[in-house]
Ligand binder design. Sequence first.
Ligand code: MG
Length: 276
Amino acid sequence: MPVLRDLEIGAMMWAVRDALPRIKSLGVTCGQLGLAGDVKLDAAFAQSWKEQLAAEDFHLATVFAAYNGESYADIPTVENTVGFIPPATREEREARTIEISDFAAAIGVKSIACHIGFVPADDRNENYIAVRAMVRRICDHAAKHGQTFALETGQEPAATLLHFLNDVERGNIGINFDPANMILYGTGDPIEALGILGPRVISVHAKDGDWPPKDVAGALGTERPLGQGSVGMPRFVAKLKEIGYKGTMNIEREIEDLEQRYADMKMAVGLLESLR
Ligand code: MG
């Protein structure tokens, strides 16, 4: 395993789309692996990842789950399709998350993560209650593998998320803090949120973005190359140090154009190196 410094710079990559040597060529030796819902998680797939990680001397901090049928087109579509909140897909997504945990265990990864969707603020809401029970079951399964379960942030205010995390009552639950999401969803100031959620941060995305347009209902903000959006990377990294976070900062860039994406990620490595 590579030697990781405090606030080591990593990359959020996606199986199939991103080849590991290409990601490593950006100048990172660690990161997180995202798996789309249709990726078959059999023994051969696990074996191939084990071999690739060993060959590249690459550390995976997290395996991220995405699910079939999710769409991030706009805020109402996210509410209706993403994560554990939509009732119709809940059962299949719970089974898939258990599979993700088992796959992560097979390749030696100690944390799993996903977007669970918009957690309702009202803890008597039936979706809140059902999702809390589901998250507890997933936490208990992950705990058997010695894993944490990190919820991606951004779709609800920090106070709502913190209440939910406490209410789950499991020692291995936490968050994958994504500062850009707080802005893209118009949820609140990410640096303030990081102060509130600090002790619960398991892992971090380094992503940037601008606020949604005020005149279009339900619109999401726009993701931007790191350092060019509204997060304020110097204050973000300073806040990570202030809360005592020492884990990896995983650069996430979600545009379609692969070459531009890699160019932006490489630039981001340089920026974070200057700030960490
Ligand atoms: Mg993210």
